[in-house]
Design a binder for this molecule. Structure first.
Ligand code: AMP
Ligand code: MG
Length: 395
């Protein structure tokens, strides 16, 4: 048996080595960047007008010129023009490059134009105003995005602006979810009184889908030979096996022995936690097996507490961690880390976690009432209202 801290550290020091692939820019959303992205030119690439108005030499204005002849017009998308006379100006549009010989833009709101002359009617003109200077956001060759960045629409804008039509992203591992148990039937079947539908498979598949990861489904009976044959094949076909059920001390819990007999090296079996104590984790080469206890709340907790951060770290990005404040005192006796089901409320900027205990690790109806788990450490049994703990969100 290992502690929650030991289990975490073992898992995170045994990461999967993912492959990478090139995807088109329009397919990269929510994926994880597998290459550094560098500015191909200055941002912005030229001194850019940020207002429509006139561009002029500030010195002339300071010397007292208030009426400027309009020499020409500098539109966005035109080659850079040159101011010929320093007592003249050039009409300029937002997004245009600042003409040579000018250094200040006075917007239409501060001028009056009559007979091709602009008169400044504001005393508030400052040198350099309304110009977005070349390279002021990022210089050429500057690192814009690090490897491991999750691509959101903001990153898509940067990728597009440097002309990346395709981008290298981290490929998700190939995952199969294997439910085990003779009592389980497919969800389209009507179960007999002694049977249940295999809801864990779909909960896990949905949790993976939230991470943008596809998965296959398989169901195996509590049968040593079948488990060995099918798991052997799954280890050839997939990178990660996510099992549920069959890892406890029951007479028909054959999963750990089947895995070990196939040469899967056990990293740990059993974690001092509630729920989810019987969890088994192992690896063989770059293939990983997470055998989660079958009770639905245990499966759910173990996925979010261990498998999800392991997947995110393996793919080069960091899971989001957070803390919340216990809103009602709670006691738990037992030398275990207790994952308390809680409902979260944001009260004046503070995340308050209200215990909604439910009927134990089999009561997955309760999960619809809660938002996540508060991780109550094993070194005490009384937890007071107002204390802060690690919070594991699943919504
Ligand atoms: P086990 O870990 O195999 O001892 O299973 C513990 C409990 O979880 C039993 O009541 C099982 O029926 C239930 N269970 C196991 N697998 C699933 C599943 N895929 N979906 C829903 N419940 C399950
Ligand atoms: Mg079982």
């Amino acid at each position: 048996m290992v502690s929650v801290e030991e289990a975490t550290s073992i898992i995170l020091s045994n990461l999967f080595q993912p492959k990478t692939s090139k995807v088109n820019l329009n397919e990269c959303l929510d994926k994880i960047l597998a290459e550094p992205i560098v500015a191909d030119r200055d941002f912005p690439p030229y001194d850019r007008a940020t207002m429509d108005g006139i561009a002029l030499a500030f010195d002339s204005h300071q010397k007292g010129v208030a009426n400027f002849r309009i020499e020409s017009v500098q539109a966005a998308g035109e080659h850079r023009k040159k101011l010929k006379s320093d007592v003249a100006c050039i009409e300029i549009m937002t997004g245009a490059t600042l003409p040579e010989g000018t250094d200040t833009i006075v917007p239409y709101e501060q001028i009056e134009i009559k007979n091709d002359h602009a008169t400044i009617n504001s005393k508030q003109v400052a040198k350099g105003q309304n110009i977005h200077l070349q390279g002021s956001d990022a210089k050429k060759d500057h690192l814009l995005l690090e490897t491991g960045t999750v691509i959101s629409p903001a990153e898509v804008a940067l990728l597009a602006s440097i002309g990346k039509t395709s981008v290298s992203v981290v490929s998700a591992p190939k995952i199969v979810i294997i439910s085990t148990g003779n009592e389980l039937v497919d969800i389209e079947q009507t179960p007999a009184p002694h049977q249940i539908r295999k809801s864990n498979s779909y909960a896990l598949q949905a949790a993976l889908a939230e991470l943008g990861i596809d998965s296959a489904l398989l169901h195996l009976a509590d049968d040593q030979d079948q488990l060995k044959t099918e798991i052997k094949q799954a280890l050839l076909d997939f990178d990660v096996l996510l099992l549920s059920g069959g890892v406890s001390k029951g007479k028909f819990d054959f999963v750990p022995s089947a895995l070990e007999s196939l040469g899967v090296h056990k990293l740990f079996h059993q974690v001092s936690q509630k729920p989810g104590k019987p969890m088994w984790v192992g690896k063989v080469g770059n293939k990983f097996v997470f055998a989660l206890p079958g009770n639905p709340v245990s499966t759910f907790l173990c996925f979010h507490r261990y498998v999800k951060p392991w997947l995110l770290r393996s793919m080069g990005t960091k899971p989001i961690t957070s803390k919340a404040i216990l809103s009602k005192s709670f006691s738990f006796k037992g030398d275990l880390t207790y994952f308390l089901q809680v409902k979260l409320a944001n009260i004046e900027g503070k995340l308050m976690a209200e215990p909604i205990v439910g009927g134990g690790s089999g009561d997955f109806v309760n999960l619809k009432e809660v938002d996540g788990f508060l991780e109550l450490p094993s070194n005490k049994s009384e937890f007071s209202a107002g204390e802060t703990f690690d919070y594991l969100a699943f919504r």
